[in-house]
Design a protein around this ligand. Structure first.
Ligand code: SF4
Ligand code: SF4
Length: 282
């Protein structure tokens, strides 16, 4: 069963859908008895934008962030790689960023930490029962925030938590992860998984790949774009998504240089003429 179907069946059936105009009663602050309790033993998925915000906050490279603070779970049901924030490996399994005064990377905390207690879903499928975007409340027994007397609309919560910017950055990522290619539960080849990982989670290495390889000899990229992606890693990430749509799904989002195409054609012709090796015959 695909992830989206499992999500609908196992989670959404128990949670009423909400729109941006619906309200809920909840507050979280250092005065709640459970303060910090939710920052341990929890699965926090990191988005590409989370990675950029966190690594810049910590003043480290994307590779260091991946090495020190993330896990790459292996699940054969996953159609593309996802990364999780790695909790400590002692019994408490606390988040590496929690301190006694709360989250030490608060201004750059991940999308999932900002959203709680809201979950968010979207449906790009032929399912009229679900709107394109919807929200639901995740009520955890441990969380006393639901006893606090503060009522707000979903839209107000999103604004207070600075989620709009994260969601805008997530749109291009969704164009990749919700691409029709995955609808038939198709899997990426190992080489394509690496491309996905490079763009989405290791932006510093992707920059090296673009500027220190033959990338610009192979693709036509105008000078203005080159300058933008060199100076601004959000522009670089968006450029990476454009390249992924070409490299993973064969969309015509990049222009291959004509000499590269001609070389490729010559190579194919040569291959057709050559007798097959014994390995190829097998
Ligand atoms: S990143 Fe911050 S808010 Fe998120 S789990 Fe860690 S300490 Fe808590
Ligand atoms: S458990 Fe709920 S109320 Fe308590 S700190 Fe976490 S989010 Fe806030």
């Amino acid at each position: 069963m695909r992830e989206i179907d499992r999500f609908k069946e196992e989670i959404l059936k128990d949670y009423p859908k909400m729109t941006r105009d619906d309200s809920f009663t909840f507050a979280c602050h250092p005065g709640v008895s459970c303060f910090n309790n939710c920052c341990s033993d929890v699965n926090i998925f990191l988005t590409p934008y989370d990675v950029i915000r966190l690594k810049n906050r910590l003043g480290i490279s994307s590779q260091e962030l991946l090495d020190k603070y993330t896990l790459l779970p292996f699940d054969k049901n996953l159609t593309y790689p996802i990364i999780l924030l790695q909790m400590s490996d002692d019994d408490d399994k606390v988040c590496p960023f929690v301190g006694k005064d709360g989250c030490q990377v608060y201004e750059d905390r991940p999308w999932a930490c900002r959203m709680y207690p809201l979950g968010m879903g979207s449906s790009k499928e032929d399912d009229d029962s679900l709107p394109d975007e919807f929200f639901f409340l995740l009520k955890e027994a441990v969380c006393k925030g639901f006893s606090e007397q503060k009522t707000q609309k979903v839209s107000e919560w999103l604004q207070d938590q600075g989620i709009t910017e994260y969601n805008e950055m997530g749109e291009q990522f969704k164009n990749i992860t919700l691409h029709p290619f995955f609808e038939d539960a198709k899997n990426l080849t190992p080489q394509k998984v690496e491309m996905f990982f490079l763009v989405c989670y290791n932006i510093d290495k992707f920059r090296e790949f673009v500027f220190e390889s033959t990338f610009f000899d192979r693709f036509e990229v105008d000078d203005d774009t080159k300058k933008k992606i060199k100076d601004d890693e959000i522009e670089l990430l968006n450029f990476g998504y454009t390249w992924l749509r070409f490299a993973l799904f064969g969309e015509k989002t990049m222009t291959v240089r004509s000499n590269v195409l001609a070389d490729k054609e010559r190579e194919l012709k040569m291959k057709r003429k050559l007798p097959k090796t014994s390995e190829e015959k097998e």
